[in-house]
Write a protein that binds this ligand. Structure first.
Ligand SMILES: [Zn+2]
Ligand SMILES: [Zn+2]
Length: 150
């Protein structure tokens, strides 16, 4: 009898411990948590599933064809329009996957492997009230746009 109550006490302590651990985990490591450690190394495998998308699709990185996570953006620079119209020149360096991790980077136009410093030259068409449309012209190897590409 005594042994059994000790077992019950130990068991309920273990359960309470597991619940506390789970709470702590949710509070500190949930992406919604204000304490969420963005620097944590295993954030990567929690976050990215590395789903391939069709190049040219929205929410797909044009450099590595990986689907972007919700809210993730490609690293890009947009220049003011040269013609005063709605289309702007834009350089796309890539997304989290292909800039921070060893995911192959390839130009969708010429197929060259891209260095970490290479970028895609694109035209962005601004659509009022809607999603911007991005048209990839080429990379800094295959698309020569004069001084702008330097
Ligand atoms: Zn990418
Ligand atoms: Zn290219």
């Amino acid at each position: 009898m005594g042994a059994f109550s000790i077992f019950v006490q130990t068991f309920s302590l273990i359960v309470a411990g597991i619940i506390l651990l789970w709470f702590g985990y949710t509070i500190f490591f949930s992406p919604l948590s204000p304490f969420y450690p963005g620097w944590f190394p295993w954030r990567d495998w929690r976050k990215k599933k590395n789903v391939m998308g069709a190049p040219g699709d929205p929410q797909v990185c044009p450099v590595c064809s990986m689907k972007l996570d919700r809210g993730e953006l490609v690293k890009s620079v947009a220049f003011p329009s040269l013609t005063g119209g709605r289309d702007r020149l834009m350089y796309i360096r890539g997304c989290f996957s292909c800039l921070e991790r060893a995911v192959p980077r390839r130009c969708p136009v010429c197929g060259t492997d891209m260095d970490i410093n290479d970028y895609l030259i694109c035209r962005m068409f601004e659509r009022p009230g809607g999603r911007n449309h991005v048209h990839v012209l080429g990379c800094n190897h295959c698309k020569k746009t004069g001084n702008l590409a330097r």
